[in-house]
Ligand binder design. Structure first.
Ligand code: UD1
Ligand code: UDP
Length: 364
């Protein structure tokens, strides 16, 4: 039997690595299809190297475009690969356009699918990812859940509980595997950043695409940088707009290209504070015990607030929240980390998949 993993964007690579490794250990034949949604070296190649992912069997090179154009290119490219490879199962990850396209193609071709990171909901359909999550979960045959609240979201949407498996968080598996290699010092010195610093990442359309919000956000980050040096490894989305609004390297601000996975997490590990709108970074800071301020009106990952170091803030409240977080450090409300975020999600997922391939529906 053959399992295909469809990957396209930076967070996909991080989530897939532990699943691919665990399936390899069980001797399952598999291949990675890279859609090419992310294509810059620092958004793609560096992750394959840092995470030890095998070379893709195909790269569709779909590149960037509007939602319709990008999704259309993904659909046609993926249909060709799935027809050619004739997989027994296609595994999709997270909530990006590559995930949505793969699940649609497979549903129409009657190819079974598994969705890793099912059931997360922000309940905000203005986020393109929320639309992708709902459609993906409606069509997936196996749903792997990272966080208990996702079970009730799927139940409320009428998804058969027999298809759903709470397995923990493979993004945290990757973090566990990376931990021994995470050293902030070389990265900090290379960038010329002082010992005490904050890290910020910004790329959500709701923050960077709208000029008014982007302006407010830039002001807020500049304000934070007057209290603590801030390093911003900037995602290509919105880079030019944010720069034109004043987010440029200055006295206490370092704007860099996106960082590789190990460099980025090394920097986060040594940071006093993280400001972000990323999904994955909310989870990683929770595990690393670094205070995290998420500049968004909602999160599909509330467990990082109840069990972790995450707080939601508006741009207007960011400077005061940063001041407080720097004074308080990483207080976690429950004192407990999320259940099953233990570095063994990949093997749990692989066991369910291997059993499913044998026609069995064992629990992990
Ligand atoms: C995508 C995902 C988002 C995820 C993010 C992770 C969707 C709808 N969104 O957003 O959920 O959080 O990836 O990083 O799938 N670009 C480059 N080089 C690249 C890739 C993109 O310059 O290698 C630029 C292009 O100008 C492109 C823009 O970034 O138009 C947006 O890229 P796209 O993949 O469409 O969405 P992201 O914002 O990256
Ligand atoms: N990341 C990285 N370099 C960066 C910024 C983020 O390696 O400069 C990693 C981060 O540690 C996490 C993943 O990229 O593992 C998150 O991706 P992103 O924020 O782009 O997407 P999201 O999680 O919001 O979908």
């Amino acid at each position: 039997s053959l399992v295909l993993h469809v990957l396209g964007a930076r967070p996909n690579f991080v989530k897939a690595a532990p699943v691919v490794r665990a399936l390899a250990e069980l001797g399952v034949r598999q291949g990675i299809v890279h859609t090419g949604q992310h294509y810059d070296k620092l958004m793609s190649d560096v992750f394959f190297a840092d995470l030890g992912l095998p070379e893709p069997i195909a790269n569709l090179g779909v590149g960037s475009g509007s939602h319709a154009r990008q999704t259309a290119a993904l659909l046609t490219g993926l249909e060709d690969v799935v027809l050619r490879e004739n997989p027994d199962l296609v595994v999709v990850y997270g909530d990006v356009n590559s995930t949505l396209a793969a699940i649609l193609v497979c549903a129409k071709l009657h190819v079974p699918t598994a969705h890793v990171e099912a059931g997360l909901r922000s309940f905000d359909r203005e986020m393109p990812e929320e639309v992708n999550r709902i459609v993906t979960d409606a069509l997936a045959d196996l749903l792997f859940v990272t966080s208990p609240e996702a079970l009730s979201h799927l139940g409320a949407e009428g998804i058969d509980p027999a298809k759903v498996h709470l397995v923990g968080n493979p993004m945290i598996d990757s973090l566990f595997a990376a931990l021994p290699k995470l050293d902030p010092e070389p990265v900090r010195r290379r960038l010329g950043v002082p010992e005490k610093y904050a890290v910020a990442t910004l790329h959500r359309p709701g923050n960077v695409d709208r000029p008014e919000t982007a302006r407010e956000l830039v002001e807020a980050v500049l304000d934070v940088s007057r209290r603590i040096p801030v390093v911003v490894p900037l995602h290509p989305r919105g880079r030019d707009r944010l720069a034109s609004l004043g987010l440029v390297t200055g006295d206490n601000l370092w704007i860099t290209d996106p960082l590789g996975y190990l460099d980025f997490l090394s920097l986060v590990r040594g940071a006093k504070l993280v400001v972000t709108d990323s999904g994955g970074v909310q989870e990683e800071t929770t595990m690393l015990g670094v205070p995290c301020l998420t500049v968004r009106p909602n999160t599909e990952r509330p467990i990082t607030v109840t069990h972790g170091t995450n707080r939601l803030v508006t741009p207007a409240l960011l400077p005061a929240a940063a001041e407080k977080a720097l004074a308080d450090g990483a207080a976690t409300p429950s004192g407990e980390l999320p259940p099953l975020w233990d570095g063994a999600a990949g093997p749990r997922i692989a066991r369910v998949i291997a059993a499913w391939l044998k026609g069995d529906s064992l629990s992990p």
